[in-house]
Design a binder for this molecule. Structure first.
Ligand SMILES: Cc1cc2nc3c(=O)[nH]c(=O)nc-3n(C[C@H](O)[C@H](O)[C@H](O)COP(=O)(O)O)c2cc1C
Length: 161
């Protein structure tokens, strides 16, 4: 499973969460690519089965400035169903999450919210596991269906003469 982790962090708290999630995903065998959100394009997400996005909130619950370009680019995004899970601090998470839903992404309904500037390592791991299990569900069904169709003569292509 290919996992993307994009985050923005000023004082390092969101970054710590991102690193914990990354370590967990690697430990369970995922291929992980982690990048700051201000250096990636929305299209990058196309290459991944699941994306984690982490944001801090400063300035009266506004979206962090490093996430503005990503937010604007979402209007051009054209890959419905891309799966995203959010973590971090404050209301910025909900601003970006709402926008991604409008733009056709499937957003995990649980959020890993930082409490008092910190989030325990095992909380991050637990959240990462839950999101991964959520993100894998439809994939699992796709594999089962593909397998069933490949083994059912009804769905086999006739031989080319
Ligand atoms: C100057 C300042 C302003 C903040 N403004 C908000 C805010 O408007 N809403 C909020 O939920 N948290 C606010 N916070 C809390 C931060 O989101 C929190 O400190 C978070 O851990 C920062 O994440 P980072 O370490 O990844 O940058 C503020 C913190 C600071 C220092």
């Amino acid at each position: 499973m290919k996992v993307f982790i994009g985050y923005v962090s000023l004082s390092g708290n969101t970054e710590k969460m991102a690193i914990n999630i990354k370590n967990r995903m690697m430990a369970v065998g995922c291929e992980v690519y982690m990048e700051r959100l201000d250096t990636v394009e929305v299209d990058t997400l196309k290459d991944f089965d699941l994306a984690f996005i982490g944001l801090y909130t400063w300035n009266q619950d506004d979206l962090p400035y490093e996430a503005h370009e990503f937010y604007e680019e979402l209007d051009q995004a054209d890959f419905p169903g891309g799966k995203v899970a959010f973590f971090g601090a404050g209301d910025a998470i909900h601003i970006l999450s709402a926008k991604m839903k409008i733009c056709g992404f499937t957003v995990y309904d649980r959020v890993l919210k930082m409490e008092q500037e910190t989030t325990a390592h095992d909380q991050c791991e637990h959240f990462a596991d839950q999101a991964l299990s959520w993100g894998s569900k439809r994939m699992k069904w796709r594999f089962i269906l593909t397998d069933l169709m490949q083994n059912n003569p009804k769905y086999q292509r006739p031989p080319i003469c």
